[in-house]
Design a protein around this ligand. Sequence first.
Ligand SMILES: [Zn+2]
Length: 216
Amino acid sequence: MTMRSEAELRAALTEAHDLYSEAESDFREQRFLSDDELRAFMRDQASAEKAAIRQAIEEHRIYVVAGSGVRRVHLYDCSSLREQVDRDRAWSPWQHGDPENFRQDVAHGDGGPRMPKFWSRDDVEALSTYVTCQICSPTLSHTKKSRGERTTKLTSLAARHIGRSLTSLDGAPLGVLERIVTTVDASGSSVLVETSTHTITEAEHTAVLVVPIEAQ
Ligand SMILES: [Zn+2]
């Protein structure tokens, strides 16, 4: 293992911080503006954010990941996100509120409505875990992606998988594996898998996802 020098580490940290500042607007400087200037600033900021959202959508970054514990994936136009994605609405309480409150909040590096981050499908699929929103139901490879979930061919399921939860490749639950029946005849061997809820053949699912024990 090679150790990174202190300078290299500091450069990496600065870079990370710059990226973070870019994404999270810091309004700290705005505390010196007059009330009218502040309201004009908020209007401009809302316009800039609307333009940024239009650009994200054009670039197919159409997913918003919300939630801190469970990452819930939405389409940007989900009704549950309206308060955040409609930037006029998001800024409205600030624009109509006392400018002094905004000034106080920005002085602490806070203030203003949080701008949602827009993700591409590749960004979302790279996440180790997520669930899809049931309101907007975005089309992704899983509806519930669990850490360590493995794609396993139906013919590769073995006794050690018994008792594990299976899901189809598109994320539909297939129940708990109970029995694997292999039939050998003149035309070759075929596999039939019985779960607590389904009887699955290779014709229906050539492969399934095996949910890891800790995620069941
Ligand atoms: Zn949604």
